[in-house]
Write a protein that binds this ligand. Structure first.
Ligand SMILES: Cc1cc2nc3c(=O)[nH]c(=O)nc-3n(C[C@H](O)[C@H](O)[C@H](O)COP(=O)(O)OP(=O)(O)OC[C@H]3O[C@@H](n4cnc5c(N)ncnc54)[C@H](O)[C@@H]3O)c2cc1C
Length: 507
């Protein structure tokens, strides 16, 4: 068949979700693909790690495309990340906040949220309805899957097709864009002030990412309200592991502990990649860079120039956290999975003051701790990269990590007294940890939504860099696991179009 007429060699830099997806798509199109991964495992930021019998979930919190109604679901199945054996949990409530002992809850089901909030505060009926209707405007959203112009697309069953965005998908996006653009300028704090009920105000103020605006929260709740955004059983590691299996089963090769150094160019076209720290050179007809595009200058003797790259460098704000994971020798199953707590003694970190914490509890999930024990993770959002870097330089990094961990434990213990003296493991990952682990710009793993954010993909290629393509979380704000996969799909479509290959897509 036409698609197998090429056996060109493709190197994919990075084995995160974007790299694995690029590898799988390229293999399915008949390319001979090698993924270079600097680590000893794949998955990138979509990962979890073990400490003394506890498993800490560091990447996957919810997955767009878990719902079979979403076209994305087909793609996750195509790359093998999910199959019929993978169970999703859709826990309720999504988050619970306590105000003077009274629970205030946001449910995935927007009607339940509306009823609950209206019962709590009839005086806020107007704002509660606006809030819930904004969430509802995402209810019919179909995450569109489109093909680039000029690429030949055939299903694995051999049917040629054009996957242009359908009119219904286009219409479903209109109310969404209105909300995203309208609320991108409204901080969570400003939004909270619209409500009269002290507890509802407290809940909104306590949401993480105060400066990022309320848009991200509404967007998340919108996805959850259409019964999407489930949590796949076992989380990040098995998710990435299944993709590795799909890739290697299709004949692809992953070289672990192999850090790409330079992409070598000859007469405006790539000829391969030099491996860092060795004399090894791997020749290739094409290279797909899936590690953070903001940090991709390091792969070239002269950092590439393109108007879209300049724009990206100018407007990108990082989503970064200090991530605290606790292994607790106590059974905390009776607490909700998502908890928002306010702090009597705020936690200070860099220029940030945290008056509240959003906790994720894995107590009810046997994958994360032995019976009778529990895991809780906490994100301290905000760009604290420079702060941690300075501490590293002056030797105070470890002590400050310990201080932050202790403050978090003390703060949570006030709300969960069973934790007192029972914390067996406290693991603190800083933006420097994420940078060291994945080489991401400022240790960031998504792009913050600001009034400057453009919700459209950057081009996957640069004029003058023949055979070089870009994919990954940075290529379509705000990023995330689906973005990583979708941008990889686009990059491979560019590769197919440029080489005359046919893109073999999902059924
Ligand atoms: C706390 C947290 C919660 C999150 N929650 C969610 C969520 O609920 N839903 C969601 O959709 N997303 C979530 N995300 C974001 C999501 O995990 C990331 O956006 C996504 O995994 C990024 O994938 P990627 O492949 O683009 O990049 P990465 O995961 O950064 O992968 C890049 C890969 O390249 C490798 N690499 C880098 N440089 C080199 C080199 N020179 N040579 C070889 N290999 C190299 C790295 O080791 C890495 O494996 C979360 C992230 C975090 C940290």
């Amino acid at each position: 068949m036409e698609r197998f007429n090429l056996k060109q060699k493709v190197i994919v830099i990075g084995g995160g979700i974007a790299g694995l997806s690029a590898g799988i798509f390229a293999q399915k199109c008949g390319f001979d693909t090698t993924i270079l991964e600097s680590h000893n495992i794949a998955g990138g930021i979509c990962t979890s790690w073990k400490r003394k019998g506890y498993l800490f979930e560091g990447g996957m919190h919810w997955l767009a495309g878990s719902s079979e109604k979403q076209p994305m679901n087909k793609l996750w199945r195509y790359v093998g990340a999910i199959d019929d054996s993978v169970k999703f949990s859709y826990f309720e409530p999504f988050v619970e906040y306590r105000h003077e002992g009274i629970p205030i809850r946001i449910y995935r089901d927007v009607d339940t949220t509306e009823r609950h909030l209206l019962e709590l505060s009839p005086a806020d009926a107007k704002e509660i309805k606006i809030f819930c209707n904004n969430i509802r405007s995402f209810k019919n959203l179909v995450d569109p899957i489109t093909d680039i112009k000029g690429v030949k697309v055939v299903t694995s069953g051999g049917i040629y097709r054009k996957n242009r965005m359908s009119l219904s998908a286009l219409f479903s996006m209109m109310p969404v864009m209105k909300v995203m653009i309208g609320y991108s300028k409204v901080s969570v704090g400003q939004y909270a002030d619209r409500f009269k009920h002290e507890g509802i105000r407290g809940l909104f103020r306590a949401l993480p990412g105060n400066e990022q605006g309320v848009a991200m929260f509404i967007m998340t709740m919108g996805a959850l309200s259409r019964k999407d955004g489930g949590f796949p059983e076992g989380g990040s590691l098995p998710f990435a592991g299944r993709m590795v299996k799909t890739f290697t089963a299709s004949g692809g090769e992953i070289l672990y502990n192999t850090r790409a150094g330079r992409v070598v160019m000859k007469n405006g076209k790539t000829v391969g990649v030099k491996i860092e720290g060795s004399d090894t050179f791997i020749s290739a007809d094409a290279v797909i860079i899936t590690s953070d595009t903001m940090a991709s200058g390091r792969f070239f003797d002269t950092p590439p120039k393109a108007p879209w790259l300049d724009q990206m460098r100018k407007i990108t704000e990082p989503t970064t956290v200090t991530f605290v994971s606790l292994g607790i020798n106590a059974d905390l199953k009776h607490y909700p999975k998502g908890m928002l707590i306010t702090l009597k003694n705020p936690i200070k970190l860099s220029t940030f003051t945290y008056n509240s914490l959003l906790l994720s509890s894995y107590a009810a999930d046997p994958h994360y701790s032995p019976e009778g024990k529990s895991v809780i993770t906490v994100q301290l959002p905000g760009d604290s990269y420079d702060y941690w870097e300075k501490l590293k330089d002056n030797g105070q990094y470890a002590a400050e990590k310990q201080r932050v961990g202790n403050d978090v434990i003390a703060a949570i213990t006030k709300h969960i007294p069973e934790m007192e003296g029972k914390v067996e493991v406290c693991d603190v990952a800083t933006p420097l940890t994420y940078e060291r682990y994945c080489g991401n710009w400022k240790g960031s793993w998504m792009t913050a939504i600001t009034p400057n954010t453009k919700f459209k993909p950057y081009p996957a290629a640069i004029k003058g860099l023949g055979g070089v393509y870009f994919a990954g979380q940075r290529m379509l704000p705000p990023g995330g696991i689906p973005t990583a996969m979708m941008t990889a799909r686009t990059a491979v479509q560019h590769l197919c179009r440029d080489t005359g290959a046919v893109f073999v897509c999902e059924e």
